[in-house]
Design a protein around this ligand. Structure first.
Ligand SMILES: [Zn+2]
Length: 309
């Protein structure tokens, strides 16, 4: 069983005119492939990547509608997770659990009321920034990045109150530490790897990994080759990230956050979501403890969902 904390499939499916619920030969995942691969819960990000001529907020509303229109016709196969009580239904049935998230706090346009209405639309996690500056904070691509704005501090507090998962992938370091200090509950970095293993600004330093662990949070391993290592790096390099994080903080904070459908450049050897059984087999071959593999595959993320939602 797998819980995966990040994919951009809603956008990719919208742009390529395919249905998430039907098997496709394009893209990295869909409902049949998720079920075949043992994925039990998939986070679906709404990422405003349709067109820069449309406002980010309008884009994620369009993508949210695209998701909901498919969801409403498939409620016997998919369960949108909006509270911790929904987790029971997902675990006890054959349904895929879907968690709606938004990637990029610019969609709020500086208004807490938009955060609250997104919550009512079923969104349960917000990646506070993408790579650039927005009304909340700066992303990793900004030079001399600022930390949280006053509005950003309000967003953190409101997300705590609503029971939304704060996602710190993409945020620049200053804001990262301010959120850690401010949030009352664990935070996640849904799709980021180790910077000690591969020095990329989208990856987390050892200090950041320890910070998330002290907060009882979660780090989702990303399968994009750019964040794992040199373009030709294979599975061995992904395992280096796993080993490093396990060594640094133990096995209670690691999960998967594939970034499927968010890139054309997955790690070589990874074609789509159907790779998961092979990854698990690889971990078993390496003699990781059974309990460690379970925590990495689903246990740690389930703990966060139960705690925050
Ligand atoms: Zn991302």
């Amino acid at each position: 069983m797998i819980i995966d904390c990040h994919c951009d499939t809603v956008l990719q499916a919208y742009l390529t005119n395919r249905l998430i619920t039907e098997r496709s030969s394009s893209g990295h995942l869909d409902l049949p492939r998720l079920q075949e691969s043992g994925v039990k819960i998939q986070f679906f990000a709404l990422f405003p990547g349709i067109s820069s001529s449309i406002s980010p907020l309008k884009q994620i509303l369009i993508l949210g509608d695209f998701f909901w229109e498919q969801y409403k016709n498939n409620t016997e196969k998919i369960k949108l997770i909006s509270s911790s009580s929904d987790l029971g239904e997902v675990m006890e049935t054959n349904k895929l659990g879907a968690l709606l998230t938004v990637e990029g706090g610019e969609v709020l346009e500086g208004e807490l009321r938009i955060l609250r209405i997104l919550y009512r639309l079923g969104v349960r996690s917000l990646c506070l920034t993408w790579n650039n500056r927005n009304e909340i904070a700066d992303g990793v691509a900004e030079r001399d990045a600022r930390g949280l704005t006053d509005f950003g501090r309000e967003v953190v507090k409101e997300m705590n109150k609503l029971g939304m998962i704060i996602d710190l992938s993409h945020i620049a370091e200053k804001g990262f530490w301010e959120v850690l200090e401010l949030s009352d509950v664990p935070v996640i970095a849904s799709h980021s790897n180790s910077r000690a293993i591969w020095d990329h600004p989208r990856n987390l330093t050892d200090e950041q990994i320890k910070g998330i662990a002290q907060k009882n949070g979660l780090i989702g391993l990303n399968f994009v080759s750019e964040f794992i290592g040199a373009p030709a790096a294979g599975m061995k390099k992904l395992l280096e990230h796993i080993d490093h994080i396990l060594e640094l903080v133990g096995d209670d904070y690691l999960a998967f956050g594939s970034d499927f459908d968010g890139t054309d450049n997955l790690l070589s050897g990874i074609s789509d979501v159907t790779i998961y059984p092979k990854i698990i087999a690889e971990l078993e071959k390496r003699n990781y403890k059974k309990s460690t593999i379970q925590k990495l595959c689903w246990g740690n993320c389930l703990r966060i969902l139960q705690q925050i939602l």
